[in-house]
Design a protein around this ligand. Structure first.
Ligand SMILES: Nc1ncnc2c1ncn2[C@@H]1O[C@H](COP(=O)(O)OP(=O)(O)OP(=O)(O)O)[C@@H](O)[C@H]1O
Ligand SMILES: [Mg+2]
Length: 242
């Protein structure tokens, strides 16, 4: 990964706190983060250091108290909720830490949602959802309810839903947490392959040191900010505590 790949995502001096007064929790403190076009960058750090909060800010689902956010040349801070929603629908795929599948829809219906929102014809959306479900190893489970699936299967539905509309920015929060080693490696290979375009960028939060080898860079986070960025993760000693 060359250092001169243009920036896809940048967050500058972001402050994000939850609650007020005694109950106030500061999740991001003047956090700076950037990800380049064509790369897969991982974000690691202890529980509670602000990883999910940072992802939500760059995804435009959480509005910080301060800071500038830019995604593929578009400033997100200052956009109206309507404009942010439209931006997300077109540009963003998000694999949530808690999956967030819709329990009243079948597996295939969950995966079709991002396509139908964009106005795609039902038959084409269905065909695309069938194909991506097969890619994540869930052929035959299309008509199941998400609640009838194992945790790892649900996680793969969430990944299929995030990928199906081929979003320029893919954000994954612990995408392999419920997967065995081989399935996790297959999914990461797929995610890495699709990061390889100047019009794409993938940000992955993980505690899973077995998948560090799929990263172009690893950003370490500590207490609400990025503390270090490792440019060549192959030189990184495996640190299972991360
Ligand atoms: N909606 C919220 N309301 C109040 N506090 C919150 C909220 N979301 C996050 N926080 C707090 O902000 C801090 C950062 O949380 P965050 O979820 O970003 O951590 P994380 O690094 O993703 O942790 P984990 O590895 O456990 O997922 C924590 O102290 C958390 O309790
Ligand atoms: Mg988290």
């Amino acid at each position: 990964m060359s250092n001169d790949h243009p920036i896809a995502v940048s967050a500058r001096k972001v402050d994000m706190a939850f609650g007020l007064g005694e109950a106030k929790v500061t999740a991001l403190k003047q956090a700076d983060f950037s990800a380049r076009r064509g790369e897969l960058i991982m974000l690691v750090g202890p529980s509670g250091c602000g990883k999910t909060t940072l992802l939500s800010v760059i995804a435009g689902t959480l509005t910080p108290q301060a800071g500038e956010i830019e995604v593929f040349g578009q400033r997100l801070d200052g956009l109206s909720q309507e404009a942010l929603t439209a931006f997300r629908q077109k540009n963003l795929g998000f694999v949530f830490q808690s999956f967030n599948l819709i329990p009243t829809l079948t597996v295939i219906e969950n995966v079709m949602v991002p396509l139908l929102i964009q106005g795609m014809k039902h038959s084409l959306a269905r065909a695309k959802a069938v194909a991506i479900l097969e890619q994540v190893g869930l052929k035959g489970r299309e008509e199941s309810s998400p609640n009838a699936l194992s945790g790892g299967q649900q996680q793969r539905v969430a990944i299929a839903r995030a990928l199906v509309h081929e979003p320029p920015l893919l954000i994954c929060d612990e995408p392999t947490s419920a997967l065995d080693k081989d399935t996790g490696a297959q999914i990461m290979q797929m995610i890495r392959d699709l990061s390889r375009s100047p019009n794409r960028c993938v940000v992955v939060v993980t505690h899973d040191f077995r998948i560090f080898r799929f990263a172009d860079r690893i950003a370490e986070m500590e207490d609400g900010r990025i503390s270090r960025v490792v440019d060549d993760p192959s030189t990184l000693e495996i640190q299972p505590h991360l």
